[in-house]
Ligand binder design. Structure first.
Ligand code: FES
Length: 89
């Protein structure tokens, strides 16, 4: 099954960037689970701690073979949902 990996990493040190600290994380993973369920798409949301692009977070990855998607915020998912739909087509 295709996967949408959502970085849920958080760091105790506020001076180090993390996807949760930048507004993503678990909140973002849950928003995608809701949107994907509502759309009926066949893609699994997977949580992961750090995709190695912390300065560009919140970060997602579509797999297999899909792109990283950067700076995705829970309140503004339209563009990312379009990217997911294209990836699934
Ligand atoms: S904390 Fe999300 S990519 Fe590193």
């Amino acid at each position: 099954m295709k996967q949408l990996t959502v970085c849920i990493n958080d760091r105790a040190n506020p001076n180090q960037p993390s996807c949760t600290g930048r507004g993503g994380g678990e909140v973002l993973a849950k928003r995608f689970e809701q949107e994907i369920a509502a759309s009926g798409w066949s893609i699994e949301v997977k949580r992961f701690k750090c995709l190695g692009r912390c300065d560009e977070g919140p970060v997602l990855k579509l797999s297999p073979g899909g792109p990283f998607i950067y700076q995705v915020h829970p309140d503004d998912l339209d563009e990312t949902l379009k990217q997911i739909e294209i990836f699934l087509a």
